[in-house]
Ligand binder design. Structure first.
Ligand code: 13P
Length: 251
């Protein structure tokens, strides 16, 4: 039985003191109940080490928002898997639409990052999603299929148990427009069937598929109650402990 996973992608928000405050509030809030899901926070690089100290021996897991696929060397401004592991990082977001669109990361880079994550023992959270234009053009499933097939090229079945997939329709990210539970479920089911085709039904059944895109306390329960929606990747609403905890409770 797959476990629900709620992750917070802080994006480029929170300086060090703000990060310490947020994660301390989160830890205190989570101490008062037993969440029915795994909880991950993905702060900016500069906060990882301090956040890791605060979440020690708690229910919160640590994720990073990005990394580079090379081991080390002359890659100014980049962060390696070993560097992340050395500060307690367990998960890493790969292929977020903001990385794809703003920083021009293509499918082949995403594939290399996934391979490096698996080699190093980091658990990737692979993001996929269509633009509004693609949805309106009726090619959502084709886009998702292409993204997933390219990202998972040459990646063996045994690695899939160590990753999370996140469906994040780009038109729903930071816009306040959420996919309806039915729209999201349709794509999640499609993704699970695709994983079953690419691997097998056992791999597909055990894969956690999160939804992301304007998840808020008010819509989390209806999304997370869908059969193929196994959690949420939360942006804006994870920047306050209260609203993130509400979403965790919905799971
Ligand atoms: P919002 O929740 O702010 O729409 O962001 C979603 C997201 O991109 C998470 O990775």
């Amino acid at each position: 039985m797959r476990k629900k996973v709620v992750a917070g992608n802080w994006k480029m928000n929170k300086n060090l003191s703000e990060a310490i405050q947020l994660v301390s509030d989160l830890r205190n809030g989570l101490d008062s109940f037993e969440p029915n899901c795994d909880v991950i926070v993905c702060p900016p690089f500069t906060n990882l080490e301090s956040v890791n100290t605060i979440i020690k021996d708690s229910k919160i897991h640590l994720g990073a928002q990005n990394f580079y696929f090379k081991d080390s060397g002359a890659f100014t401004g980049e962060i390696s898997a070993d560097m992340l592991l050395s500060v307690g990082v367990e998960y890493v977001i790969v292929g977020h639409s903001e990385r794809r669109a703003i920083f021009k990361e293509d499918d082949s880079v995403i594939n290399l990052k996934l391979k490096q994550a698996f080699t190093k023992g980091l658990k990737p959270i692979l993001c996929v999603g269509e633009t509004l234009e693609q949805r309106e053009g009726g090619i959502t499933k084709e886009v998702i299929k292409n993204q997933i097939t390219a990202a998972l090229k040459e990646i063996p079945a045994e690695n899939i148990a160590n990753m999370i997939l996140a469906y994040e329709p780009i038109w729903a990210i930071g816009t306040g427009k959420t996919a309806t539970p039915e729209q999201a479920e349709e794509v999640h089911k499609f993704i699970r069937d695709l994983i079953s085709e690419l691997y097998n039904s056992n791999v597909a059944e055990n894969l956690t598929i999160q939804y992301g895109g304007s998840v808020k306390p008010a819509n989390a329960e209806s999304l997370l109650s869908q059969p193929d929606i196994d959690g949420a990747l939360v942006g804006g609403a994870c920047l306050q402990a209260d609203s993130f905890i509400e979403i965790i409770k919905s799971a």
